[in-house]
Design a protein around this ligand. Structure first.
Ligand code: 4NP
Length: 153
């Protein structure tokens, strides 16, 4: 299984989602490929935000090997599933989709834990206190993913 996490900047939310899912997949012996990208270009090549690095570190996860990149239409073919953090990311990614197969790969992250509710992972960029809450939301969604993954084999 190849999974791509997508947010706006690829420095706050999706790097955390990538780090958490890689960590859980490893714990469960799932040989998944996990990556992340941003719909925007502003932070290409940068480390994750220091606040994301810190919250991940507090939970025993190192995300300092990551560098931001922009979502590319090739990602529709390179990945089996694309999880977006909010409805704006959802619109932006779908706009680049060429086929129904591409469109069907794109899912809102929190629909894993709150099916059909189309909830957003809040953008914590302007909220120093938001990072732990975002971590917890992503952790629960990733836990769901690996538990389904174990059933699927
Ligand atoms: P992210 O957060 O999408 O979770 O990485 C953001 C980071 C940077 C910006 C916006 C959101 N920005 O506008 O620079």
């Amino acid at each position: 299984m190849k999974i791509l996490m997508v947010c706006l900047g690829n420095i706050c939310r999706s790097p955390l989602a990538e780090g958490i899912l890689k960590h859980k997949a490893q714990q469960h012996n799932l040989s998944w490929v996990v990556d992340s990208a941003g719909t925007g270009h502003w932070h290409i090549g940068q480390l994750p935000d220091a606040r994301s690095i810190a919250v991940a570190q507090r939970h025993g996860i190192d995300i300092t090997d990551q560098r931001a990149r922009q979502f590319h239409p090739d990602d529709f073919d390179r990945f089996d599933r694309i999880f977006v953090m909010d409805t704006q990311n959802h619109r932006d990614v779908l706009q680049l989709a060429q086929t129904e197969t591409h469109r069907a790969k794109v899912h809102l992250m929190l629909n894993l834990t709150y099916p059909g509710q189309n909830r957003n992972v809040p953008d914590p960029y302007h909220d120093d206190n938001g990072f732990e809450e975002v971590f917890q939301m992503l952790d629960k969604a990733c836990e769901k993913m690996v538990s389904v993954g174990r059933l699927e084999g």
